[in-house]
Write a protein that binds this ligand. Structure first.
Ligand SMILES: [Zn+2]
Length: 429
C-alpha cells in the first residue's frame, strides 16, 4: 500500500520581498586624499573620535593600496568596478568626458541594481559621473561644498531613499592638500594644519552618516567602509610612492568583524568585491578585487552566492508515483498538471492541482527514484540566481548503515515554487 505525504510547509504571497539582502546597507565613504599615516596619528592623539569608535568595533588597515596612477578618477573607478585601470579603461583624471561615454565595465551600483537593490552616490567632484551609468543609481548628488555639506546631503539620501549601496565622497583633504600640503615623511615635513582640519571635518561627517544609519535602525545590518582614493606628499600625488599609494581601509557596522588591524594586503579593487559580498552578491570571477572576508562577520551569516530565490510553496514526501530519479523545471500550467498527476499516480483521490501563476513563478522538482526502504530523503536546499544561471542545491540523504528502516518502497521527492527566472537551472548535488 502506498502513502502520499504531501506537506504544504509554507505559503507566502507572491509579493513577498524577493531578495534576502534588501535589508542590508553598505556605505563606502571615500576621503579624497585621506593619507592613512596622518589619520592614524590623529586617531592616536584622540583627534578623530568618530573614526576611533569605528576602529575599536571593526577591522582596519593603514596600508591598503590604491592603483598607480594614484589619482582620483582612475582610483575611484577601480574602487567601484573591482578592476585595475588597464581593465576599466578610465585613464584620465581631468573631468567627466562625455565623448568617452560611461565606464564600459559593470559597476557595483549596476550589479546591486540588477540584484533588485537600491543604490546612491553623493560625491563632491563632478568627474566621478564617469561611472554613474544611467539607470544604475536611485540617487545621484553632486555636492558643491565641504564635508559638512556632503554629510548633510548624504543623510538626506539615507533617510529618503534608504539605499542598500551608497558611495559618499568628500574632497576636503585633497583640496587643502594641493593648496597647503600633505607633508612629506621622507623629508620630515609635517602635514599642514589645513590638512589636519580637513580630516577633522571628514571625521565629523562620517559620524553624521553613522548616526543616521543608527537612527534608521540600519546599523546592525550595515557595513561602512572608510577609505580613500590616494594619499599625497608635498602638494601633489599620483606617483607610486607609498605616501601617495597607501590608503586607509576601515570596515565597521553590524556586518563587520571585530578583528582590529588586518594583516592581509588590501587593494582598492577589494572594496568593490567586499561591498558586494556584504550585500550577498557574488562579484564576477575575473575581478581583480576580492572580498576582504577577514573584515566581515561569519561568512556563513552572509549569503554569498548571489541572489537567493525565496521558496514560495513546497511539497515534500517519501512516496509518489515517480520511480525514476529526475530533476525538472516547469514553466507552464500544462506541464505542472502532468507532473501533479504523475506524482499522485495510483492514488484514489488526487488532491486538487495547486494553482500557480506561471507568469510570475516556476516549479523546480527533484525525485530520488525508487528506494527499497524508508530513511531516504531528497531536498532542494537552496535556489540561487547567479550571473546567467539559477543553481538549485540538492541534498540527498540515505539511511546510515545499520539503521532501523521500514521494508517499504519509497520515492522521495521535493517540489518547490520560486519566482520565475529566464536563465537555465543547474542542479548541484
Ligand atoms: Zn588631488
Amino acid at each position: 500500500m502506498r502513502f502520499f505525504v504531501l506537506l504544504l510547509l509554507t505559503l507566502w504571497t507572491a509579493n513577498a520581498v524577493l531578495w534576502a539582502q534588501g535589508d542590508r546597507t553598505v556605505v563606502i565613504i571615500s576621503w579624497d586624499g585621506g593619507k592613512p599615516s596622518v589619520i592614524r596619528q590623529m586617531v592616536k592623539e584622540a583627534r578623530l573620535p568618530n573614526i576611533y569608535s569605528l576602529l575599536i568595533e571593526g577591522s582596519y588597515s593603514w596600508t591598503a593600496q590604491t592603483i598607480v596612477p594614484s589619482s582620483t578618477l582612475q582610483s575611484h573607478t577601480s574602487m567601484v568596478t573591482g578592476l585595475t585601470m588597464q581593465r576599466h579603461g578610465v585613464t584620465w583624471n581631468d573631468k567627466f568626458r562625455e565623448e568617452k561615454g560611461f565606464v564600459k565595465v559593470p559597476t557595483i551600483f549596476e550589479l546591486a541594481k540588477k540584484a533588485g537593490l537600491k543604490t546612491a552616490m553623493v560625491v563632491s567632484k563632478s568627474k566621478l559621473k564617469q561611472f554613474a551609468k544611467p539607470g544604475t543609481l536611485d540617487a545621484e548628488e553632486y555636492v558643491k561644498g565641504d564635508a559638512t555639506k556632503v554629510a548633510e546631503v548624504a543623510v538626506k539620501v539615507i533617510e529618503q531613499v534608504k539605499p542598500n549601496l551608497m558611495l559618499v565622497h568628500i574632497s576636503d583633504p585633497d583640496n587643502v592638500g594641493h593648496s597647503y600640503g600633505w607633508g612629506n615623511e621622507k623629508k620630515g615635513i609635517p602635514p599642514s594644519q589645513e590638512f589636519l582640519n580637513a580630516l577633522k571635518r571628514c571625521d565629523k561627517a562620517t559620524g553624521e552618516i553613522v548616526r543616521a544609519l543608527k537612527r534608521n535602525g540600519q546599523w546592525q545590518k550595515a557595513l561602512v567602509i572608510i577609505t580613500a582614493d590616494h594619499g599625497g606628499h608635498d602638494k601633489t600625488h599620483g606617483s607610486a610612492d607609498p605616501e601617495d599609494v597607501n590608503i586607509p581601509w576601515i570596515a565597521a557596522g553590524g556586518l563587520a568583524a571585530k578583528k582590529g588591524e588586518l594583516q592581509g594586503q588590501i587593494k582598492t579593487m577589494d572594496t568593490a568585491a567586499t561591498a558586494l559580498a556584504a550585500l550577498g552578491i557574488r562579484a564576477p570571477d575575473d575581478w581583480d578585487g576580492k572580498p576582504v572576508w577577514e573584515a566581515l562577520k561569519e561568512r556563513g551569516e552572509i549569503s554569498m552566492n548571489g541572489k537567493q530565490l525565496p521558496i514560495i510553496a513546497e511539497w515534500k514526501g517519501s512516496y509518489c508515483g515517480v520511480i525514476e530519479p529526475k530533476q525538472i523545471v516547469i514553466k507552464s500550467a500544462k506541464d505542472w498538471e502532468d507532473l501533479w498527476k504523475q506524482v499522485h499516480k495510483g492514488k484514489i483521490l488526487m488532491p486538487n492541482i495547486p494553482a500557480i501563476d506561471f507568469n510570475k513563478n516556476m516549479v523546480i522538482a527533484v525525485f530520488m527514484g525508487q528506494k527499497p526502504t524508508s530513511g531516504y530523503s531528497i531536498q532542494i536546499a537552496e535556489v540561487e540566481q547567479n550571473d546567467g544561471e539559477v543553481i538549485a542545491k540538492v541534498r540527498s540523504t540515505s539511511p546510515p548503515m545499520g539503521a532501523i528502516v521500514l521494508q517499504v518502497l519509497t520515492q522521495p521527492f521535493h517540489i518547490v515554487v520560486v519566482p520565475k527566472v529566464e536563465s537555465r537551472v543547474r542542479f548541484v548535488e
